[in-house]
Design a protein around this ligand. Structure first.
Ligand code: IPE
Ligand code: IPE
Ligand code: MG
Length: 241
């Protein structure tokens, strides 16, 4: 029997899916194979998080900095992303029955028209769901996201709609991809790295961190349990005493 009754659950979890390349390398396989396995883990953990009752979960799949990788690796990741979108379309009815809302965080403009169309279709088709909010960050950068929001506010200032002194944090929040979602309570990063790598910077202002040496393709439901168990014990102060 899995030990997965938690006294407190994070409202929003961010997961940095890292370690695919090292997983493949350690087996003498091309990096692409790590991404294929990692994509399976993503499906498994996304489903499990939903079953546990996590309301918001954001997975980091591809950063704005990841374009610097070899072209064949980038293409392999985009192909896997396309496969996922197709599968999500095929399973749309099932996802809707489960109350899953899909969002894609990041700048869609740099992606192919086919990917863009599929992302927009899925976002729109699931927009009334709110049991599980599943975000996939692709071509995502936290700094770029904040910059994008600030530029929109600057336009409102320029047109005279608001004055500079009237700009609020909430206005910046409203311009983020996660506008109406709660802040991130828990950031999980496997693969031994202990950094944010430009992930959900604004949203993670008061997030707890949980790191593990396990590589993402090897990440299991028990690892998520362990992270949630650790979160349960954290004493969050938000600047108070
Ligand atoms: C994470 O795994 C997936 C992406 C960043 C796209 P990596 O590909 O970064 O794996 P490592 O860090 O090289 O092991
Ligand atoms: C962060 O992983 C991005 C994703 C997991 C999508 P990276 O492997 O790109 O991060 P760094 O380069 O180690 O910081
Ligand atoms: Mg990495």
């Amino acid at each position: 029997m899995a030990d997965n009754n938690f006294s407190v659950l994070p409202a929003h979890i961010g997961i940095i899916m890292d370690g695919n390349g090292r997983w493949a390398k350690s087996r003498g396989l091309p990096r692409k194979m790590g991404h294929i396995e990692g994509a399976k883990t993503f499906r498994r953990i996304g489903e499990y998080a939903g079953d546990l009752g996590i309301r918001h979960i954001s997975f980091y799949a591809f950063s704005t900095e990841n374009w610097a990788r070899p072209e064949d690796e980038v293409n392999a990741i985009m192909k896997l992303f396309g496969d996922y979108l197709k599968e999500a379309e095929d399973r749309l009815q099932e996802n809707i029955e489960k109350g899953i809302r899909l969002r894609f965080l990041g700048d869609k403009d740099a992606l192919t028209p086919e990917l863009r169309a599929a992302m927009e279709y899925l976002e729109n088709a699931t927009k009334d769901m709110d049991k599980v909010n599943l975000n996939l960050a692709i071509n995502y950068g936290g700094q770029q996201e904040i910059l994008h929001s600030v530029k929109n506010i600057a336009r409102d200032v320029l047109s005279g709609k608001i004055k500079p002194d009237e700009i609020t944090s909430d206005m910046i929040q409203q311009g983020l991809y996660t506008a109406e979602q709660p802040p991130v309570d828990l950031v999980i990063r496997p693969s031994g790295e202990q950094r944010l790598s430009n992930f959900l910077l604004w949203q993670s202002a008061y997030a707890e961190f949980w790191y593990s040496d396990v590589l993402w393709p090897d990440f299991t439901e028990r690892d998520l349990d362990e992270a949630l168990r650790a979160y349960e014990k954290r004493n969050r102060r938000f600047g108070g005493v």
